[in-house]
Design a protein around this ligand. Structure first.
Ligand code: GDP
Ligand code: GDP
Length: 437
């Protein structure tokens, strides 16, 4: 099941983005280490007492500029109501209740979604005393917080996680390959799903229960079952936020989580933009298998260099996805559509592959002989033992004499050696370095 979504709403200047940054804090700096992935400052994965959740700062989602302020806030609240499991409604202890707060409160109240009221800027005991007036907004106990000072954040998160839905069992059995098509609006996700379902050898067995996130389509090809998690199929047509690119990230996030294999769809006509990389970056970080699918290949003027140039451009832009195969397709003409599912099956196999421990250790041994590990002040890194601890994605633990001696570049070298022996096409691999106890 996908992780719950928590949305922060409230009028401008109450401190939504400060609160967002406070909650996600260090996490942002960690994930920024992935080269070539730019962070969205409005979506982040967060964690509190072993509960993982997505956090959205709805204030960061811009709508058309010509709309009134109140409309903006309304769209943000609407998005939160539709998408979030829990809403954090932020108000300002220094200003008291404003008429805009009351407007937002009315919308949230009608939605019947769980709302946690955060009275921000309660930096000192005197301001903490101001929070009681906010009872009149009609929610449970207001929680005083100071986002700049980091006060009350734990209490706030305690209240938030109490409202999380109870986790359900995994929805599909292990053999089914869960696939999602992710990408910006208009790259052709829906068209590609339709093209896949229309393929000759594909048997669509069932349109499974519609979850809130997506419509799942079961299909079979050559005895392999797939489920397509179609985020585009669940469009809430007519909603203002639906066409915003920032919103498409949220859709992608939830689909990524439920998938084994993510197809990042690129529009050949428009080329690659930042948003494409962001979405693909989330799939990479989540450890999903990946294929880059360049759609609308029919719409491009091509000569004998186009294919090579486009491939190179993708490799340059998606440095972190160097393992992902690339397919050039057209949903419109169905060109190469039949290659998609077999490729999905291939990368899915690689995603689930295990290297026997003795083979892995021989490989590491040889790698360290060819290029000895780095040393620091006379001490050299020694790798005592390596083992693969999990799959999806393949994850390796190296037990060493001192983790401090492991350098990023050496770890990269080891990853490359592993990939020379076992390509792991289409899957990220993880290496964890531990001190030998
Ligand atoms: P947003 O428009 O709701 O996202 O608000 P921002 O996060 O941009 O914050 C608006 C202003 O309030 C900024 O100047 C922040 O530094 C300030 N602010 C945010 N949180 C606090 C707080 O807990 N205490 C105080 N004193 N100021 C805060
Ligand atoms: P989504 O928003 O990513 O689901 O994109 P859609 O599937 O709705 O497609 C967006 C637009 O691109 C529609 O007008 C499609 O007809 C068009 N389109 C989709 N795939 C192709 C393709 O392979 N070639 C061309 N020329 N147009 C396409």
């Amino acid at each position: 099941m996908a992780n719950p979504v928590v949305a922060i709403v409230g009028r401008p200047n109450v401190g939504k983005s400060t609160l967002f940054n406070r909650i996600v804090g260090e996490r942002i700096s960690i994930v920024e280490d992935v080269p070539g992935v730019t962070r969205d400052r409005i979506y982040s994965m967060s964690e509190w007492l072993d509960h993982h959740f997505h956090l959205i700062d709805t204030g960061g989602i811009a709508f058309d500029d010509h709309d009134e302020l109140l409309d903006h806030i309304r769209y943000q609240a609407e998005l939160a109501i539709d998408e979030a499991d829990v809403i954090v409604f932020v108000v300002d202890a220094t200003t008291g209740i404003t008429s805009t707060d009351e407007e937002v409160a009315k919308m949230l109240y009608r939605s019947q979604k769980p709302v946690v009221l955060a009275v921000n800027k309660a930096d000192n005991p005197e301001r903490m005393g101001n929070i009681y007036e906010f009872y009149s907004l009609g929610f449970d106990e207001p929680i005083g917080v100071s986002s700049t000072h980091g006060l009350g954040i734990g209490d706030l998160l305690d209240a938030v996680i109490k409202h999380f839905p109870v986790k359900a069992d995994e929805e599909y059995n292990e053999e089914v390959i869960r696939v999602s098509l992710i990408g910006r609006p208009n790259v052709g996700k829906s068209s590609l799903v339709n093209a896949l379902l229309g393929e000759e050898r594909v048997i669509v067995s069932e349109i499974a229960g519609t979850t809130r996130d997506a419509i799942d389509t079961m299909l079979t090809q050559d005895d392999q079952e797939f489920v397509i998690i179609d985020t585009a199929g669940m469009r809430k047509r007519g909603k203002v936020y639906e066409s915003t690119e920032k919103y498409s990230v949220l859709r992608a996030l939830r689909a990524i989580e439920r998938s084994d294999v993510c197809l990042t769809i690129i529009n050949a006509e428009e080329g690659i933009i930042e948003q494409d990389k962001r979405i693909a970056g989330y799939a990479h970080e989540a450890g999903r298998a990946a294929i880059i699918v360049v759609n609308k290949w029919d719409a491009l003027e091509k000569d004998d260099k186009t294919f090579h140039q486009f491939t190179q451009k993708i490799r340059d832009e998606f440095l972190f996805l160097s393992y992902a195969p690339i397919l050039f397709v057209s949903a419109k003409t169905t060109q190469r559509i039949q290659q998609i599912l077999p490729k999905v099956q291939e990368v899915s196999d690689q995603h689930a592959m295990r290297i026997p421990t003795h083979v892995l250790n021989d490989l590491i041994q040889e790698a360290t002989t060819v290029t000895p590990p780095p040393s620091d002040k006379g001490r050299r890194l020694r790798i005592n033992y390596a083992t693969q601890v999990s799959v999806k994605p393949p994850t390796f633990v190296l037990f060493v004499n001192d983790t401090e001696l492991m350098h990023f570049s050496y770890q990269r070298y080891l990853e490359n050696r592993i990939r020379e022996a076992f390509p792991f096409e289409g899957t990220p691999i993880r290496i964890i370095v531990r001190n030998k106890s």
